[in-house]
Design a protein around this ligand. Structure first.
Ligand code: NAD
Length: 417
C-alpha cells in the first residue's frame, strides 16, 4: 500500500497512537480529533489596477482547553482547509510540549504572495485581519508569522486590529518588529531552541558535539541560523548544507560566514568554492552524526529512511519525517528529536513576546535565551523518560506527554453543560 501523506489524516493517526498508550476513552478521542472552531472568509481586495479580486482565507482554532489559541498565518497558493486544520492540531501539541498556557490554531490565505505588490499584500493582510478579528485577540487567539508572512505582515495585522479597537493592542500577534512590541531573540528562536534540545540530547544519542559532524537540509531562516549555532555554541563541524537548488559537501567543515556571502551573491549554496556539489537526497544519507531537516515536509520517507546514517535527527522543519519512516528510524536506533519538540523554540519566544506585551515590560536578549533554554530542556527531560518507559520513539513520547496535558485540562474543566 502506498504511504498515506494527507496531513490531517497523519495528525489524527498520531493523536490516536498517543490515545492508545494513554488508554483514553472513546469520547475523549472524539474531542481531540476534532477542531474546535473553523472560520472561512471570502473577502474582496482592490488590486493596483483598480480591479477587485476575492480571496479565501481560514483561521482554525483546534483546541483551547489550556489557554488562548496560538499559531501562524500562511500565504500560499496551495493552502487548503485540511492543511490548516492539521497545522492547528500540531500547534496544540507543540504548545503543550513546551508547557505554554496556549491552545493551538493556524491561519492561511490561498494566494501566491510573489504575484502581489507590497501595497496589494498590505490591503490583503488588513482585510483578512478585519474578517478574522471576530475570533482573534490577546485573550482569544494570537496569530504569528508562517510561510511567506513576516514581521511586516504582523505589524499590519497589529495595526488593523488596533484601529478596530480604538487603542494599540500589541499582544494580538507575535513576531512583530521590536518597534511595536516585538521580543529580543525572536528571529533566532526556532534554531536556538533546536540547538538547546540537541545539546541536552547529545549524551543519550552517544554524541560528543565538539567532535560531531552536521548536515543541514534547507539553508533558509531556521536552517542557516541552526548551522551557525550548532557550530558556535556546540562546537560541531557543519559538513553539508542544501537549498532548493541542491547541496554542498565539505569534509573539513564549511566556513559559514563565507558561505553566507557566496549565497548572497549567487542566490544559492551550490558551487561554493572548495566544496563538492551533492543532491538533496544524497545530503540526507551522508555519514554524519547529526542530520537537521530544515526545509519541507515528507523528506524522510519509507524509501530513504533505512539509508539514514546519522545518529541523531533534529527536526527544525515541520513534518519532515513520515510515520512509516519514523518506525524504520526507531528500529535502526536513530535518535529523532521530533518537530513538536525540536522547533518549539519559535512559539516559546512568541509566548515570551505576548507576556512582555501584556506586562509592557521588556526583557534583555540574555534573559530571553536563558528562559528559552530552561523551557526546551524541561520539555526534553519530560519526554525522554516516557520514551524509555514505554519503549516508543521520541515523537510518540512527545505526543503522549502533550496529549496528556490537554486531556488533564479537559478533565479538570469538565464537560459543560
Ligand atoms: P525558509 O523559506 O527561510 O527556508 C527554507 C529553505 O529550504 C530555503 O533555503 C529553501 O531554498 C530550502 N528548500 C526548499 N525546497 C528544498 C528542497 N527540496 N530541498 C532542500 N532545501 C529546500 O523557511 P524557514 O522559516 O526556515 O522554515 C523551514 C522549516 O522550518 C519549515 O518546515 C517551517 O515550518 C519550519 N519552522 C520554521 C520556524 C521559523 O521560526 N522560521 C518555526 C517553526 C518551524
Amino acid at each position: 500500500m502506498a504511504e498515506q501523506l494527507d496531513q490531517f489524516e497523519i495528525a489524527v493517526a498520531q493523536i490516536k497512537k498517543a490515545a492508545k498508550i494513554l488508554n483514553l476513552d472513546a469520547g475523549m478521542v472524539e474531542i481531540l480529533t476534532h477542531p474546535k472552531r473553523e472560520l472561512t472568509v471570502n473577502f474582496p481586495v482592490r488590486m493596483d489596477d483598480d480591479s477587485v479580486r476575492v480571496f479565501t482565507g481560514y483561521r482554525v482554532q483546534y483546541n483551547y482547553s489550556r489557554g488562548p489559541c496560538k499559531g501562524g498565518v500562511r500565504y500560499h497558493p496551495k493552502v487548503t482547509l485540511n492543511e490548516v486544520r492539521a497545522l492547528a492540531a500540531w500547534m496544540t501539541w507543540k504548545t503543550a510540549v513546551v508547557n505554554l498556557p496556549f491552545g493551538g490554531a493556524k491561519g492561511g490565505i490561498i494566494v501566491d504572495p510573489k504575484k502581489l505588490s507590497r501595497n496589494e499584500l498590505e490591503r490583503l493582510t488588513r482585510r483578512y485581519t478585519s474578517e478574522i478579528s471576530i475570533i482573534i485577540g490577546p485573550e482569544k487567539d494570537i496569530p504569528a508569522p508562517d510561510v511567506y508572512t513576516d514581521s511586516q505582515t504582523m505589524a499590519w495585522m497589529m495595526d488593523t486590529y488596533s484601529m478596530i479597537k480604538g487603542y494599540s493592542v500589541p499582544g494580538v500577534v507575535t513576531g512583530k518588529p521590536l518597534s511595536v512590541g516585538g521580543s529580543e531573540g525572536r528571529s533566532d528562536a526556532t534554531a536556538r531552541g533546536a540547538m538547546y534540545v540537541a545539546k541536552a540530547a547529545a549524551k543519550t544519542a552517544g554524541i560528543d558535539t565538539k567532535k560531531a559532524t552536521v548536515a543541514v537540509q534547507g539553508y533558509g531562516n531556521a536552517g542557516s541560523i541552526g548551522a551557525r549555532l550548532f557550530h558556535s555554541d556546540l562546537g560541531a563541524r557543519v559538513v553539508a548544507v542544501s537549498d532548493s537548488r541542491g547541496g554542498i559537501y565539505l569534509k573539513e567543515g564549511i566556513d559559514l560566514q563565507k558561505l553566507d556571502a557566496h549565497k548572497a551573491k549567487s542566490g544559492s549554496v551550490i558551487n561554493f568554492p572548495g566544496s563538492r556539489n551533492i543532491s538533496n537526497e544524497e545530503l540526507l544519507t551522508l555519514d554524519v552524526d547529526i542530520l537537521v531537516p530544515a526545509a519541507l515536509e515528507n523528506q524522510i520517507t519509507e524509501k530513504n529512511a533505512s539509508l539514514i546514517k546519522a545518529k541523531m535527527v533534529v527536526e527544525e522543519a515541520n513534518g519532515p519525517t513520515t510515520p512509516a519512516a519514523d518506525e524504520i528510524l526507531f528500529k535502526n536506533g536513530v535518535f529523532l528529536l521530533p518537530d513538536v519538540l525540536a522547533n518549539a523554540g519559535g512559539v516559546t519566544v512568541s509566548y515570551f513576546e505576548w507576556v512582555q506585551d501584556i506586562q509592557s515590560f521588556f526583557w534583555s536578549l540574555e534573559e530571553v535565551n536563558q528562559k528559552l533554554q530552561r523551557v526546551m530542556t524541561t520539555a526534553y527531560e519530560g519526554i525522554l523518560p516516557i520514551s524509555k518507559k514505554e519503549n516508543i520513539d521520541m515523537r510518540t513520547a512527545a505526543y503522549v506527554y502533550a496529549v496528556k496535558k490537554v486531556v488533564d485540562a479537559h478533565i479538570a474543566r469538565g464537560l459543560w453543560p
